[in-house]
Design a protein around this ligand. Structure first.
Ligand code: SF4
Ligand code: MG
Length: 334
């Protein structure tokens, strides 16, 4: 598989008067060409900050303090702002949860699409219009010519998200970052949008980085899954093994609390407690206060992200090779 983008030991911290918040704390993963990589976790786990860091859109008081984001041989954390702007328009696009906030309310849809194309693709006005209507058709909007002449508020949420996808894909990006793209939509529309994204990914060979808290969405579209907890990766797995054989207790908890995957809805078990702020991360394994499998060592020492023979990884003492310490902790150290 060809690597499209590689995140290496990324650290993004927020600086307040009182504390430093390591929202993204040493995150590494790769996104392969034509594949969908999903980052999952509850809100506050660092998923969005990771995606904003890749785009270099983290605002003050946030700052990328360490690590690399390698895209086509360049480290995006080091290039000039001018170069980054051109990558943002042409090579990596982003769509968000609420399209209304990313569309200009007083400019017609067609004009907004044209502007993107003229700016980044250097098309003439006439060519831009043609391409805009073509894109609106591609994302399955009926009467694309009419949508072209509409203002954002005249469209439904689902239609606006299609417009955003059209806009994001207009410049044929190599990577599309989608942050909770279907969260604001009802279930039927959500399914349509996911199907559309899948189809476009296959047609354009675009890689997708999908940020979501919803494992139902992951099951629908992802190839690889990165589970984040309190600013760190706790599990990485291909989508089939993640669902068939979740390893990390946090992943198991997420699966047990996901209604989409269960026919019998009444045996849902939400994970008790809340995600700790990365500024006040518990000692040892940051999941330990919520973990049903917690051992003495978990409270004291932080586990490493360990490879499991296959391409999957997990950060949990239950899987560390050094079982002696675990044995010590279980039997003597308590
Ligand atoms: Fe639970 Fe310990 Fe594994 Fe953390 S390291 S997830 S506390 S078993
Ligand atoms: Mg978010």
């Amino acid at each position: 598989m060809t690597k499209m983008l590689e995140v290496v030991n990324l650290k993004t911290h927020f600086y307040t008067d009182k504390e430093i918040i390591p929202s993204v704390d040493g995150v590494s993963f790769t996104i392969d060409k034509g594949q969908t990589t999903a980052i999952v976790g509850e809100s506050g786990c660092g998923k969005s900050v990771t995606s904003y860091s890749i785009m270099r859109l983290v605002d003050s008081p946030g700052k990328i303090v360490d690590g690399e984001v390698i895209f086509e041989g360049k480290d995006l954390t080091k290039i000039s702002e001018k170069e980054m702007r051109s990558i943002r328009g042409n090579d990596i696009s982003m769509i968000f949860q609420e399209p209304l906030s990313s569309l200009n309310p007083v400019v017609k849809i067609g004009k907004q699409l044209n502007e993107t194309l003229i700016l980044h693709q250097k098309l003439t006005k006439k060519m831009a219009k043609q391409r805009s209507i073509e894109m609106l058709n591609k994302v399955g909007l009926p009467r694309a010519d009419k949508i072209y002449e509409s203002y954002p508020h005249e469209l439904s949420g689902g239609m606006r998200q299609r417009v955003m996808i059209a806009m994001a894909l207009a410049c044929s990006p190599k990577l599309l970052i989608a942050d909770e793209p279907t969260t604001a939509l009802d279930v039927t529309i959500q399914a349509q949008i996911l199907k559309l994204m899948k189809g476009l990914r296959d047609d354009f060979d675009t890689s997708i980085l999908l940020i979501t808290h919803d494992l139902g969405v992951v099951a629908e579209i992802a190839d690889k899954v990165i589970v984040m907890y309190s600013g760190q990766v706790v599990e990485e797995a291909d989508v089939f093994s993640l669902f068939a054989n979740p390893r990390h207790p946090y992943t198991k908890g997420l699966l047990n609390s996901t209604p989409h995957l269960d026919d019998e809805k009444d045996d849902l078990e939400p994970i008790k407690g809340n995600v700790p702020s990365p500024a006040n991360r518990p000692t040892g394994c940051s999941f330990h206060p919520r973990c049903p499998y917690v051992k003495a060592i978990c409270r004291q020492e932080s586990p490493n992200l360990t490879s499991l023979g296959d391409s999957n990884k997990v950060r949990c003492w239950l899987y560390e090779e050094n079982q002696e310490e675990l044995f010590y902790a279980e039997n003597i150290g308590r």
